[in-house]
Design a protein around this ligand. Structure first.
Ligand code: ZN
Length: 181
């Protein structure tokens, strides 16, 4: 039997796309995600948003990046084009990885998921760290290459190569991935 698959949408938040950590390449993947997420839902795949929700003045990461995605602010909301739908899941996080001290692993296990498709920002940072934990916890890792990006093409290329070479991730555009789910 095919393995049950979920889609993880990492940090497609106002602050990451148009706000404090604005990323034009992140804006460019929105049309692909806008097509992929409804198609995935239509195929019965759980869609799980892994969203930065930082505690101002407390979170370690803010010292390095400055304030962004502070819990409860507009910057921490999913961009309007990709608002979570009914039946989607939202997992707040305070570090790069969607798994670190969150209930993502518990949620995936209760959903019976064994394989995750990673999307969102940034391919070489939060997506990469989420992929690392997914791999180490025993999930198969797939990456929708047209639904993730980084600040620069170099960072994106590096991220995808790392995911492929280190975690054996299948890295393909979303339409190709969905055909084989
Ligand atoms: Zn952050």
């Amino acid at each position: 039997m095919e393995k049950k698959t979920a889609v993880l949408v990492v940090d497609m938040l106002n602050d990451f796309v148009t706000g404090a950590l604005k990323c034009d390449r992140g804006l460019a993947i929105v049309p692909h995600l806008s097509a992929f997420l409804p198609a995935a839902r239509g195929q019965g795949l759980p869609v799980i948003y892994c969203n930065d929700a930082h505690l101002k003045g407390i979170d370690h990461e803010l010292k390095f990046w400055g304030d962004h995605a502070i819990a409860g602010t507009k910057g921490a909301e999913v961009i309007p084009e990709l608002k979570p739908g009914e039946g989607d899941y939202v997992v707040p996080k305070r570090r790069y990885s969607g798994f670190f001290h969150t209930d993502l692993d518990l949620l995936l296990r209760e959903l019976g998921v064994e394989r995750v498709i990673l999307t969102g920002l940034h391919a070489h940072m939060c997506v990469r760290h989420t992929a690392a934990d997914a791999y180490q916890l025993g999930y198969d890792v797939l990456v929708a290459t047209d639904c993730t990006d980084s600040f620069t093409k170099e960072d994106y290329d590096y991220g995808i190569k790392y995911l492929h070479d280190t975690y054996g991730a299948t890295c393909l555009p979303w339409e190709e991935l969905l055909k084989n789910i």
